[in-house]
Design a protein around this ligand. Structure first.
Ligand code: GDP
Ligand code: ZN
Length: 371
């Protein structure tokens, strides 16, 4: 092994891919890397920028040969940093915690769900849908309500009480009036957060509030990356002043739910709460008045649950018609001619959705962006 190779190995530089364009990767090195390396090599070079160094990297031929894909959010090993030219080469991609496609992004930690309390008016059903969708990813979920400047304290208290009864603690903010922005930001350091929510609620405004010099930094990047148009496929992680990375998603209004009827209950805190202290008689109970059901209908979103359940059942029925070998519901027709789905009574162990299902859910967030 050459001296150079040994040296590279000793000072293995780790970083996170912020953006990908053609065969170039914008990599933000970890803070530890910043502290020793620049001073060791070229003193003073990085001092103009208090941010961690960002290197424009190529990918080692070896990675190309083994077909190693590199996506935004990837943790990578960078070799041969050129601090003056802010260049480097990616030598290795560390294993991913998770990954979604179109646009590709890896290692997401949480979803920040942003809604507005007014303008556009808060649509309870739509919010519920987004929440269930968010829960289905298995990621940490933050809920924030923007435009709190447009409602009275009394109205805010009412919304807060309502959403708390669903099992969530919303953070009320106003980007325009700079209310609670720092508080919301305090949940973001050291994580990769994806912002989601309908259009018009203030996602872009929030991003700009979090990162005051965002445009400036974006401008700097564009000089090197030849930054393309802001298409839905283009995803970029932005570094927050206090650490943490944030990706924006274009707004979309009705996320598709695609869980199984059995999984659905898991995505309602109200149901989880009830099942934590009691059990339904049937392990595959769908909580629709089955005998011995521990989930009563005395909570606000129960109607949403039933509605989403219908959708899930319809979807599953369609799958069965395509030959799914293991149905969990059966169709019953009553004397009045009404049809109803009932859970089959064979016990099927209640299980958390698989990691794979969760990742598919996560990818779905992005698929819909393109529609
Ligand atoms: P996005 O579609 O979610 O990215 O939303 P934008 O950031 O484009 O904001 C949509 C509109 O809401 C813009 O006209 C913003 O000026 C406005 N807006 C954003 N935040 C606030 C807020 O806190 N209060 C009020 N009243 N308007 C806001
Ligand atoms: Zn039940």
């Amino acid at each position: 092994m050459t001296v150079k190779a040994l040296k590279a190995r000793n000072q293995q530089l780790l970083g996170t891919v912020l953006a990908v364009q053609a065969n170039y990767y914008k990599v933000r090195l970890d803070r530890e890397a910043q502290q020793k390396s620049p001073t060791e090599t070229e003193p003073g070079v990085m001092q103009a920028d208090s941010q961690t160094p960002v290197l424009l990297c190529t990918r080692r031929t070896r990675l190309k040969k083994i077909g190693q894909q590199i996506v935004v959010g990837d943790r990578v090993v960078v070799e041969e940093p050129d601090w003056t030219g802010t260049r480097g080469a990616i030598a290795q991609v560390l294993p991913r915690k998770n990954q979604l496609d179109r646009p590709a992004i890896a290692n997401v930690d949480q979803i920040l769900l942003l809604f507005a309390v007014a303008d556009p008016p808060l649509e309870i059903y739509q919010l519920s849908r987004f929440l269930v969708k968010g829960e289905s990813t298995g990621l940490n979920l933050l809920l924030s309500f923007n435009k709190s400047d447009l409602i009275t304290e009394q109205q805010q208290a009412e919304i807060n009480e309502r959403i708390s009864s669903w099992g969530y603690k919303p953070i009320f903010i106003s980007v325009s009036k700079s209310i609670n922005i720092d508080y919301l930001a305090s949940f973001l350091p050291q994580r990769i957060t994806v912002v989601a929510g309908p259009s018009g609620v203030g996602k872009s405004s929030l991003l700009n509030a979090f990162i005051p010099n965002l445009n400036l930094r974006v401008g700097k990047v564009s000089a090197k990356l030849g930054r393309g148009r802001h298409t839905t496929r283009h995803v970029e992680l932005f570094e927050l002043p206090k650490g943490g990375l944030l990706a924006d998603t274009p707004g979309f209004n009705q996320p598709d739910l695609n869980c199984t009827p059995e999984e659905l209950g898991n995505y309602f805190p109200e149901i989880r709460e009830r099942l934590a202290v009691a059990s339904c008689r049937f392990s595959n109970c769908l909580h629709r008045n089955e005998p011995g059901c521990a989930v009563q209908g005395n909570w606000e979103r129960y109607q949403h649950y039933l509605q989403f359940l219908e959708e899930a059942i319809a979807r599953q029925t369609q799958l069965h018609q395509q030959g799914d070998p293991e149905p969990t519901v059966k169709l019953k027709t009553s004397k009045q001619g009404q049809t109803q789905y009932e859970p089959k009574l064979e016990t099927k162990k209640y299980r958390r959705p698989s990691r794979r299902t969760q990742l598919q859910e996560l990818q779905q967030w992005y698929r819909e962006d393109e529609e």
